[in-house]
Design a protein around this ligand. Structure first.
Ligand SMILES: Cc1cc2nc3c(=O)[nH]c(=O)nc-3n(C[C@H](O)[C@H](O)[C@H](O)COP(=O)(O)OP(=O)(O)OC[C@H]3O[C@@H](n4cnc5c(N)ncnc54)[C@H](O)[C@@H]3O)c2cc1C
Length: 291
């Protein structure tokens, strides 16, 4: 039997006190769909699991100036939110693709991002939507752009004494169209071979690209933005040739460094980046038109 203590504080202050008391002997747990799998797989547990499930006020999706999403918001809440589907479509795509309904009912957005797997299905969407990660610790709050949050494979900029409390998405992202593609070998529950998220802002007549974000997952040791491809798109006409070239740039070593793994070869991931940047850009543009 694997033994550990399970503590369920009711407030952030209590969480901070427990983190101070147990330090590296404790692990935070939200939905537990990553933490518990790791404990079972490695047959090793921390001395204490500090559950965040008592912090029920960290489960929300609000539009108030920008968009505010509590760290304990589940993937299922995102999937079922009309606001997220209509205005933050890439995040809706990503959250709806996580595991199964059972997993989405308990797995949280904060857990997906703090786990920092290169394949996390909400990482690409949040990068393409320019999300800000809000962290709180005993010294107060600080904000980190999500593009600076992933510092290595399964490593983040979160300090051990901090809790991720909220994601903030700038108000203007509601004007952008966005889309995320999880590329898998089959339709059944699976981790992506590759993830591609694109958000676009178009001119009034929809013919020119005003602004673009492209995010790639499982294409580098961490989720990444393909900035050179984004820069190429800005100010260009929305044509197949332009999107094709953006895809080519995004798949180049300037933007991504996919590896060969047991699930897929590097060259295939690289080729597919080009294909899905093009397709997701088209879908993102269409989603603006249908609003
Ligand atoms: C069967 C199965 C299928 C899955 N399929 C997918 C999939 O298709 N796509 C995908 O992306 N993921 C998938 N996952 C992984 C997992 O479900 C997600 O990553 C989920 O979002 C994790 O959220 P959680 O709340 O369960 O995290 P937990 O397991 O509770 O925590 C994960 C990590 O984040 C930390 N943490 C959690 N919340 C906070 C917080 N607020 N502040 C600071 N640290 C925090 C924990 O300490 C831990 O290190 C799957 C998992 C399973 C078991």
């Amino acid at each position: 039997m694997i033994e550990y203590d399970y503590l369920m504080p009711k407030s952030l202050e209590e969480v901070f006190d427990l983190l101070k008391e147990y330090g590296s002997r404790a692990t935070l747990v939200a939905g537990g769909t990553d933490v518990m799998v790791k404990i079972r797989k490695t047959r090793k547990a921390p001395e204490v699991l500090i559950s965040l499930r008592g912090l029920t006020d960290l489960r929300y999706i609000r539009k108030n100036g920008g968009y505010h999403i509590g760290a304990l918001t589940t993937h299922r809440m995102l999937e079922q939110s009309d606001l997220v589907r209509e205005e933050l479509s890439a995040l809706h795509d990503g959250a709806s693709e996580v595991g199964s309904v059972q997993i989405r009912n308990v797995g949280t957005l904060g857990g997906n991002i703090c786990n920092a797997a290169p394949s996390a299905d909400t990482a690409g969407p949040l990068l393409a939507l320019d999300a800000i990660v809000v962290l709180e610790g005993p010294e107060g709050r600080r904000e980190v752009p999500i593009s600076e949050f992933f510092v290595g494979t399964y490593r983040t900029a979160r300090k051990p004494e901090e809790v991720l409390v909220e994601f903030r998405i700038p108000e203007e992202m509601g004007r952008y169209g966005s889309a995320y593609w999880k590329h898998t070998r089959r339709k059944a529950m699976e981790l992506p071979l590759l993830g591609v998220a694109v958000s676009l802002d178009l001119s009034e007549d929809r013919s020119m690209i005003r602004d673009a974000r492209i995010a790639l997952t499982v294409a580098a040791p961490t989720p990444v933005r393909a900035v050179p491809a984004e820069d190429f798109l800005k100010g260009k006409a929305l044509t197949d040739e332009v999107l094709e070239e953006a895809g080519r740039i995004a798949s180049s070593p300037e933007c991504c460094t996919p590896r060969t793994s047991i699930r897929c070869e590097a060259w295939y991931r690289q080729d597919m980046v080009g294909v899905f940047v093009r397709r997701m850009a088209r879908l993102a543009a269409e989603r603006i038109k249908t609003r």
